[in-house]
Write a protein that binds this ligand. Structure first.
Ligand code: SAH
Length: 474
């Protein structure tokens, strides 16, 4: 081991495990060191550059012997982009470590019994699985250490590098969304350079092109939203005409004028330049019949991996074991997709969701799908899900809950313990907060089956479904 003031270098250490946030774990003298972009089984030279009380952070400065779990990362942006931290690990190992992440969270954080854990549900499609990507134009290109900034550089289009808000990593090919996602993004860039449309500078609030959002469906519909900083029709309209002509497969060509300081567009008007103002995704019905149809507006949430969303919902349906006469609450319903997936197998669905526009979509989609037994309410869960609400809507026989990463509010958990629905199916995109919530719910509920699902291959993210059954049913 050699040391200087800040850095410690350790030669020939083995990477032990895969840990939180996609970093691997190396153990040095009992201390955990988090290291990105290495795989369990790699032998590396390790540079520890930051030491905290309970752990340290490091980087691999040499790969001495690659792990048998290693594969060639196909993406040329791998290692800088930060989007797919596990591309260099074979898919079977990714699944193994995701499953372990769920088990560790439930056991260590929640002190829960994980004997009901089923093998993780993997994805058939490990690339081009996303139905939505958003790219940012920036007058400042992210440069690697050996590049020097050219004052004439117009900037580029790509993804934000983690932790750098004003620069983008130029992306030429992203493997997460199918064709023509890359062609559209690259064409807008080339067009802008040729026609001297300036890229946006978020520090000085100058420039024109801000973002492009590309959404597609399994049925071939394609939405492109171009977001610009000001209404300059002499720049905007020729660009939109160019896209329309070059990509006739675009079914929904939209634009947004964002004059604000930040990139969020949830509060801005969306203009339809050509085609329809929405796209429609289809999903097979779990209990037979024509596919479900979900109209997706430019601002609507829809699960970003459609194929895996079907599998996720199918596992929810399996755990729900509906007979047909149930009142089902779908908490954090978004655009009501889980509720509608299950609606034909229960008496009524009650969906609750924060975002008013999502609830409007949920209502519209329920009518498109021919359901008259779904009722959706907009509001904050902690405020809406009250005793009075339950009295008015009927006591749930089953609750499906799918909260955001932060998990459920204490008040919501207290209310669920008060409502005492015989069964709960808890869907989560964050096993750590799920473990915390389950531990509180375990006061009255037993954990049954546990089904992790991989929605995002090559990332460390994992979705998990847990079945809960009320003890001492009265
Ligand atoms: N179940 C849906 C969406 C889940 S995402 C689907 O499968 O598509 C989680 C949802 O919770 C989001 O739509 C978000 O808007 C909503 N949400 C977040 N905080 C909330 C709160 N406090 N009250 C109600 N809904 C909330």
């Amino acid at each position: 081991m050699s040391r200087n003031k800040k850095n410690i270098i350790i030669n020939d250490v083995e990477v032990a495990d895969a840990g939180a946030e996609g970093n691997a774990i190396v153990r040095v003298d009992g201390m955990v060191v988090f290291v990105p972009y290495v795989v369990p089984g790699d032998i590396i030279d390790l540079n520890i550059f930051r030491k905290k009380k309970n752990y340290a952070e490091g980087r691999a400065i040499a790969l001495k012997r690659p792990s048998p779990l290693r594969v060639e990362a196909p993406c040329k942006h791998f290692g800088v982009c930060g989007g797919c931290k596990w591309q260099m690990m074979d898919y079977a190992s990714q699944l193994k470590y995701k499953q372990q992440q769920v088990r560790d969270a439930l056991e260590r954080i929640g002190h829960l019994d994980t004997s009901g854990m089923l093998p993780i549900c993997g994805a058939d499609k490990q690339y081009n699985y996303r139905n939505k990507l958003e790219f940012t134009f920036s007058s400042k290109r992210w440069l690697s250490a050996d590049e020097i900034r050219d004052p004439e550089d117009p900037g580029d289009v790509g993804f934000h590098v983690p932790g750098v808000f004003d620069k983008v990593l130029p992306i030429r090919e992203c493997h997460l969304q199918g064709s023509p996602s890359n062609e559209i993004r690259n064409s807008i860039r080339d067009y802008a350079l040729e026609h001297k449309l300036p890229f946006y500078d978020i520090r000085n609030h100058t420039g024109f092109l801000r973002n492009v959002v590309i959404r597609n469906t399994s049925t071939g519909e394609l939405m492109v939203i171009v977001i610009v900083a000001e209404q300059r029709n002499e720049w905007l309209y020729p660009l939109m005409d160019f896209l329309k002509e070059k990509f006739p497969q675009i079914t929904s060509l939209l634009y947004i004028i964002n004059e604000k300081m930040n990139d969020s567009y949830s509060d801005l008007e969306v203009f339809t330049y050509s085609g329809q103002g929405y796209i429609t995704e289809q999903m097979p019905r779990p209990f037979g019949g024509d596919p479900l149809r979900f109209r997706i507006n430019p601002k609507s949430f829809y699960q970003t991996n459609s194929e895996q969303a079907f599998k996720l919902y199918s596992h929810v349906a399996r755990f729900a074991e509906l007979k047909g006469d149930e009142t089902l609450y779908d908490l954090y319903t978004g655009t009501g997709t889980i509720g509608q997936f299950l609606a034909s197998k229960c008496r009524q669905v009650i969906g609750i969701e924060y975002i008013e526009a999502a609830i409007e979509d949920a209502r519209l989609n329920a009518s498109i799908n021919g359901f008259d037994n779904c009722t959706f309410y907009a509001g904050d869960m902690a405020e809406v899900l009250t005793e009075e609400f339950v009295q008015r809507n009927g006591k749930p026989d089953i609750v499906v809950t799918d909260p955001p990463r932060a998990g459920m509010h204490d008040k919501v958990i207290a209310q669920l313990l008060n409502i005492r629905a015989p069964r709960i199916v808890y869907v989560s995109c964050n096993p750590a907060t799920q473990a915390r919530d389950l531990s509180l719910l375990s006061e009255a509920y037993d954990l049954g089956r546990i089904q992790p699902v991989d929605m995002f291959p090559h990332t460390h993210h994992v979705e998990n479904i847990v079945e809960l059954t009320l003890r001492n049913k009265k």
